[in-house]
Design a protein around this ligand. Structure first.
Ligand code: BG6
Length: 519
């Protein structure tokens, strides 16, 4: 669906309530005035995601009436240069009209900063005070770290030392810190990072982003499971054979070789997005749809992850790296040939992992988690494969195997839910045919669609933690993955365990060895 179609309403007002369903789905609480400070304001994330998201929110009445955005970066820029740099990065599809950007841009300011310099933060505090006086943007502050992770600690320390992380005790003047993944690179560094942030910020002030959680159809998973009574009774080991969670990409490492060489697919996709998808598909219903209760249930899934021993690693994990190939008619170079990548790199760009959850509901059901770059197609989806019928009375007549039911929750490219089942093929002879019932998520819907970054920014302004990571979850996932990473990265035959695949394929053939539900 095209963005901004329909009545463009995110925050409900009396006038907009006449919109019926759309107004019902709009937010009713007023948005408190605030200042959003973006560190890393000249970087890629700010231009590609944050400013377009904030601009769309503004355009759809999803920002407070009084707000300003202060970009901070090392590059020397005036406010005017900063604004025009961001305008050129806006997506061509922007539909806000000629005045749309100009009105929004008036709220954008820029401050040159040396990230680890005390004086820079004294100046920042002055800037914030004077902007507040002029624009009445309130004392509420959001600090967004759109920075390389090595700067998280110095920047939060400097914010804290400048007294900018303190909230007023009367409840006015909240201060929030938004942190992007990666939250550390293993269990130890994740704990250390958290300790450093907690020296100045309290847990309720910290918003750890996972943009997957904010995708519409990912949020919908809980509604689908727990607002319908027909699925839950069969959502368990008695009826489900296995679950596949796929996040397949056609993109390669792009301009992020420096980061990706250190991270690889397990840190980049598994420690965060794949784990959250797993939690949502497998968790128990909380008593109330409240942030802490939902987060409590998600962490119970992380706690039930069965660690796999490093001796039988090959039964549970296949790693790959893309070689050259073709995607969409274009020649693609191998990962090792990408700028900034070591020509002998052993960094995995693909992984397929079989995990089990040791709890009552899921005992014995394998979950296959697959993610990789430079694959044939970009697909993000979860499939629930049901068991075969216990006895087939048709087998003798038809002499064929009957494929079992399957529910697929499509996240990309199609936002959909499909159910595959068997019917009789019309005709004189008794024949079966599998058919698929398809629900397109946006059918008959004209309300504004929030992109993932729009949703997380809005929730941060509202102070809603539902779609953010809590530190106990971060640590538990690292607890599961750290020994696996250590075993992969420190073993002598690391090279032999890495399977090369052609760009544009579905990954290494060996991926099929760990179980069904292949690509
Ligand atoms: C990011 C990863 O978190 O998610 C990227 O760092 C990956 O490597 C991206 O490409 C995928 O997100 P999406 O929303 O395009 O599936």
């Amino acid at each position: 669906m095209e963005k901004g179609m329909g009545t463009d309403t995110i925050v409900s007002t009396a006038a907009r309530e006449a919109d019926g369903l759309n107004a019902q789905c709009a937010i009713t609480e007023p948005l408190a005035p605030c200042t959003i400070v973006i560190f890393g304001a000249t970087g890629d994330l700010t231009a590609r995601k944050l400013i377009p998201a904030l601009f769309n929110l503004y355009h759809q009445h999803g920002l407070p009436e009084r707000f300003v955005i202060v970009g901070c970066g090392r590059t020397r820029l005036t406010d005017r240069e900063f604004r025009s740099k961001l305008e050129t990065a806006l997506p061509a599809s922007d539909s806000s009209g000629p005045d749309g950007w100009q009105n929004f841009a008036k709220r954008l300011f820029y401050q040159t900063i040396d990230y680890d310099d005390r004086l820079s933060y004294v100046q920042l505090a002055d800037t914030l005070k004077s902007l507040d006086k002029k624009n009445h943007s309130g004392e509420n502050l959001i600090f967004y770290l759109a920075l390389p992770p090595s700067l998280y600690q110095p920047v939060t320390r400097r914010i804290g030392q400048a007294g900018l992380s303190e909230e007023n005790s009367d409840g006015h003047g909240w201060v929030r810190l938004v942190v992007e993944k990666p939250f550390g690179r293993d269990l130890e560094t994740a704990i250390e990072l958290d300790r450093a942030i907690h020296a100045y910020f309290k847990e309720h002030q910290i918003f750890r982003i996972d943009h997957y959680l904010a995708k519409e159809t990912v949020q919908n998973m809980l509604m689908f499971r727990f607002a319908n009574s027909i699925f839950e009774p069969v959502w368990n080991r008695r009826y489900i054979e296995y679950v596949s969670i796929n996040a397949l990409e056609t993109l390669g490492v792009e301009h992020r070789a420096g980061y990706y060489e250190q991270a690889g697919v397990l840190r980049d996709m598994f420690q965060n997005h794949m784990m959250q998808l797993l939690a949502l598909i497998a968790m128990e219903p909380p008593a109330r749809f409240k942030a802490e209760q939902v987060r409590d249930e998600r962490i119970k899934i992380f706690r039930s992850l069965r660690p796999f021993s490093t001796e039988n690693m090959a039964d549970h994990l296949v790693l790959g790296q893309y070689g050259s190939g073709r995607i969409d008619g274009k020649n693609i170079q191998a990962y090792r040939e990408e700028t900034g990548v070591d020509p002998g790199s052993l960094t995995p760009t693909f992984a397929r992992m079989k995990v089990f959850l040791d709890n009552w509901r899921w005992q014995g059901v394998p979950f296959y988690l697959t993610s990789g770059k430079r694959l044939a197609k970009k697909i993000t989806e979860i499939s629930i494969q049901f068991k075969d019928v216990p006895h087939s009375m048709f087998r003798k007549i038809l002499g064929e195997t009957i494929s079992a039911n399957r529910i697929t929750l499509g996240i990309y490219p199609d936002e959909k839910i499909t159910l595959t089942f068997q019917t009789k093929q019309p005709g004189a002879r008794v024949c079966l045919r599998p058919v698929t019932m398809n629900f397109d998520y946006h059918r008959n819907e004209s309300g504004p669609v929030l992109e993932a970054y729009e949703k997380v920014l809005l929730d941060c302004i509202l102070g809603d933690h539902m779609l953010f990571w809590r530190q106990d979850g971060v640590e538990r996932c690292w607890w599961f993955l750290t020994p696996i990473l250590a075993a992969c990265e420190n073993c002598e035959d690391r090279g032999r365990k890495l399977h090369f695949y052609q760009s544009g394929s579905w990954g290494p053939e060996e991926a099929a060895d760990i179980g069904p539900g292949g690509l």
